[in-house]
Ligand binder design. Structure first.
Ligand code: SF4
Length: 370
């Protein structure tokens, strides 16, 4: 069953009501459970769970340490293009924004990749907008083949593809796919995506399933926090992640927690998410999905990233630029969004080691796969 069928079986307003109706007894039961049911997950997302943030955080910490030890995987984003034909209102690369547009040549991509490699990164995440003429499956395939020898893991966070496109990505050497639904609220999604291919909610919602069917090693989902009520969004992220883990059991599932940041265009969060709310969401998801990778980007401040670390985070980006060509050159300000943690990779690693963690640059080798 695809996630679309599961998703269509839920009424969003009812989910919000069920979460709001959870009480202290529901939260206590959820905290005591070894395996969470969806009702338990709702309880951990509920307002009643705010009073249990400390035990929730402690349990999330224990579960994470048991499963992952004190290791954090490091990765860096590499923006290969900021051309985009979509109109996502919250994004600096939105087609209506007058920013300098650029798609890197293969040589330019390689130059950026070499800088990241020299800084120690062995896991790179390639990002683009959605501009079929400038950036398509063929271009991306060439990009992946060009940088593949420099890295041990390659992720893509690009336009949704069909299954055949993902199979090509796998054959070229892509390991991981990340695709955020942005919001699981259909009406809001429609308003926030006034034009472009991305307007098709269902096509986007079924993208992770196509990646799983194509055999990607890991699949990442998430909601853009700040667009809609975080508790309900969090529930659907968890539902989606659990579905993927059950359907594509050979692939690892990752969940990211992007909070809206300032971007060109001046979009303001519609439903701001506090630091405490972010902690509650992260911990609840860790208990629902003990094996999932949880990812935190440089959108968050250094202080917050440091304090969230023990609660369940398994992957961190560092020293990030969100502009194409931004590692090799002073960028011209056309970033997708502003980053908050400005520390370079060395500084983040020093923080990790000081906190007793081991930064991991390379966590697997394809030789182990067969
Ligand atoms: S979020 Fe992605 S698809 Fe939407 S405008 Fe930005 S780059 Fe384009």
């Amino acid at each position: 069953m695809s996630f679309l069928e599961i998703f269509n079986g839920y009424d969003r307003a009812e989910v919000a009501r069920d979460i709001a109706a959870c009480g202290a007894a529901d939260v206590q039961r959820a905290l005591a459970a070894e395996h969470l049911r969806l009702g338990d997950f709702m309880a951990l997302l509920s307002p009643a769970a705010q009073a249990y943030l400390e035990p929730l955080a402690q349990k999330a910490h224990r579960v994470t340490q048991r499963r992952f030890g004190k290791t954090i995987q490091m990765f860096a984003p590499l923006y290969v293009s900021n051309e985009c034909s979509n109109g996502c209102l919250y994004c600096g690369f939105n087609a209506a924004n007058k920013v300098a547009r650029r798609t890197l040549s293969l040589d330019e991509v390689e130059a950026e990749a070499r800088i990241l490699r020299q800084r120690g990164f062995r896991h790179v995440q390639l990002l683009t907008g959605e501009a079929p003429r400038a950036v398509n499956v063929d271009y991306l395939e060439k990009v992946v083949r060009r940088v593949r020898p420099l890295f041990s893991a390659i992720s893509i966070e690009v336009f949704p593809m069909d299954e055949a496109g993902y199979r090509k990505m796998v054959a070229a050497g892509v390991d991981n796919l990340t695709v955020y639904q942005e919001t699981y609220d259909r009406q809001l999604y429609d308003r926030l995506h006034p034009f472009g291919r991305k307007k098709d909610f269902d096509w986007r919602l079924t993208t992770p399933d196509r990646g799983g069917a194509a055999g990607l090693r890991s699949i990442g989902v998430g909601a853009l926090l700040g667009l809609s009520d975080w508790r309900t969004e969090g529930f659907f992220v968890g539902l989606h992640a659990r579905h993927l883990a059950r359907s594509w059991w050979r692939s690892r599932v990752n969940v990211s927690f992007p909070r809206l940041r300032p971007a060109d265009g001046g979009f303001q969060p519609l439903a701001p998410v506090s630091d405490r709310a972010l902690v509650q969401l992260l911990c609840a998801l860790r208990l629902l999905m003990p094996d999932a990778g949880l990812v935190l980007s440089t959108r968050e401040s250094a202080a917050l990233r440091d304090s969230l670390l023990p609660l369940g985070i398994t992957q961190l980006s560092a020293g990030s630029s969100t502009a194409p060509g931004g590692y090799g050159h002073e960028h011209d300000g056309s970033e997708q969004f502003a980053i908050s943690d400005e520390r370079d990779a060395e500084q983040v690693c020093a923080m990790l080691r000081a906190s007793g963690y081991e930064p991991v640059w390379k966590d697997w080798d394809s030789a182990f796969q067969n």
